[in-house]
Design a protein around this ligand. Structure first.
Ligand code: ARG
Length: 477
């Protein structure tokens, strides 16, 4: 610390040049200046910060706190700052601590004394909470756009592969045959819940803290409903203390994102398994894979692996935000500055993962013969045999026992149920007739599960229709 200080001359030699420097008698230590600054990351909020300031100035003029002319100068100045930032012509300064004070200082430098009036009836505490909510709201909409793209890709793939038969698993052991399309729609359902959670989360994001001031409100005759309206918020936040200190909305987004990443991670795991030589169910085009620097034969499913790994990253941010907010007394505390990096990173990560998956899902190549063959192995239609015996009059538990014996015999001989002769089958139950072969094939098993939510191709097609309709009704806000 002291090294840094020496470069700047003796601390306290000059009066500090800070927007808040009035009551200070020595300069901030230069390490502490960097340590407490957030401009390195909160520059991301510049658009929201400027929009919030313009709304605030507009409202102040309407309330008679500023003149129309003052508000016009302020808004005009802010517009030129916005243009400069966007064209990379704005110089950010650590000395000015954060995005808010950088912009405010630039405004005064450009338009003179009137710039100093912008902060009337406002604090950085309600300002930053407003900026972050505007940012999160916008990003939720962007995330939903990418998300709907991915979901629509899943629905298309489900339709394309409605007839494709694969083994369904429980305990990662062959359980009953299913269709690949049905499996894709299971993924769709998981993601549809995440989308509904995003929509719900957005409602609590879209509340305006502006006007809460530092914590207690302001003595100026402000119109909080007006700034809320100007910024597209549903309403002003109901309590000023809560408005400046609430970060639930960020935690909620992280929670929704964490569940979403759990889903993407589970999907990833299946893709990785299916692409292995041992399963061989699918292939992914080369453009989504990478090779090995030593093993020339390798083609690795990097995208699903990385998405699986990134789930931990997003879930870590949820934990960071929860811990950040633990034990914070009302109202604003500087701790809250630590909310931004996790929020930004989790948003970036979600967007990248959703974009990658939206591109990759339509490109999945199904190796239908391999899946079909695997689906016919390991006596996968044993449940169908038990159900058959029930229809012939046995109680299910007895039918289960008879089928279990039949399976043991079949597996011991390295055969499959449909390969047994009628004689052999009758040896296990006299109830078995020639029509048993209709239900012992995987196609028979699949088409028998012909009810709402079932795996029969007709049901998959019906579910595809429903999903398309639901998706069309869920356009981003
Ligand atoms: N950079 C700060 C943050 O991110 C802005 C609010 C600062 N408020 C204050 N009272 N120091 O939270």
């Amino acid at each position: 610390m002291s090294d840094e200080r020496d470069k700047n001359g003796e601390a306290g030699a000059e009066k500090p040049n800070k927007l808040w420097g009035g009551r200070f008698s020595e300069s901030t230590d230069s390490f502490i200046e960097r340590f407490t600054a957030s401009v390195g990351f909160d520059v991301r909020l510049y658009r929201q910060d400027i929009a919030g300031s313009i709304a605030h100035a507009t409202m102040l003029a309407e309330a008679g706190v500023l003149t129309e002319e003052e508000a016009r100068q302020i808004s005009g100045g802010l517009e030129t700052i916005l243009a400069d930032i966007e064209q990379g012509r704005f110089e950010w300064s650590v000395e000015l601590e954060d995005v808010h004070m950088n912009i405010e200082a630039a405004l005064t430098a450009r338009i003179g004394e009137v710039g100093k009036k912008l902060h009337t009836g406002r604090s950085r505490n309600d300002q930053v909470a407003t900026d972050l909510r505007l940012y999160v709201r916008e990003e939720i909409d962007a995330i939903r756009g990418l998300f709907l793209n991915l979901q629509s890709a899943l629905i298309d793939l489900a339709e394309r592969e409605a007839e494709t038969i694969m083994p369904g698993f429980t305990h990662l052991q062959s359980a009953q045959p299913v269709t690949f399309g049905h499996h894709m729609l299971a993924w769709y359902e998981m993601l549809a819940r995440d989308d509904a959670r995003l929509v719900d989360c957005r409602k609590r994001v879209n509340v305006s803290p502006l006007g809460a001031g530092a914590l207690a409100g302001t003595s100026f005759p402000i119109d909080r409903a007006r700034t809320a309206e100007l910024l597209g918020f549903d309403a002003p936040a109901g309590n000023s203390l809560d408005a400046v200190s609430d970060r639930d909305f960020a935690i909620e987004l992280a929670a929704v994102g964490s569940i979403l990443m759990t889903h993407l991670s589970r999907i990833s795991e299946e893709l990785v398994l299916w692409m292995s030589a041992q399963f061989g169910f699918i292939d992914l085009p080369d453009r989504f894979c990478t090779g090995s620097s030593i093993m020339p034969q390798k083609k690795n499913p990097d995208v699903p692996e990385l998405v699986r790994g990134k789930a931990g990253r997003v879930q870590g941010h949820l934990q960071s935000l929860l811990t950040l907010m633990n034990s914070q007394p009302l109202a604003y505390n500087k701790d809250n500055q630590e909310d931004k990096e996790p929020v930004f990173d989790l948003i970036d990560t979600l967007k990248d993962c959703l974009f990658a998956y939206g591109e990759m899902i339509p490109a999945i190549e199904c190796r239908r013969e391999v899946m079909r063959e695997a689906a016919g192995q390991d006596c996968a239609t044993a449940t169908d045999l038990a159900d058959y015996l029930v229809r012939k009059g046995l109680a299910f538990r007895d039918a289960h026992a008879v089928t279990g014996k039949t399976v043991a015999h079949t597996l011991a001989q390295g055969r499959e149920l449909h390969e047994l002769t009628l004689e052999e089958l009758k040896g296990f139950s006299e109830l078995i007739e020639a029509d048993v072969y209709d239900i012992l094939t995987v196609e028979g098993s699949i088409s028998a599960r012909d009810h709402f939510g079932g795996t029969a191709p007709a049901q998959v097609r019906a579910a595809v229709k429903l999903a398309r309709k639901a998706l069309a009704g869920r356009n981003p806000a």
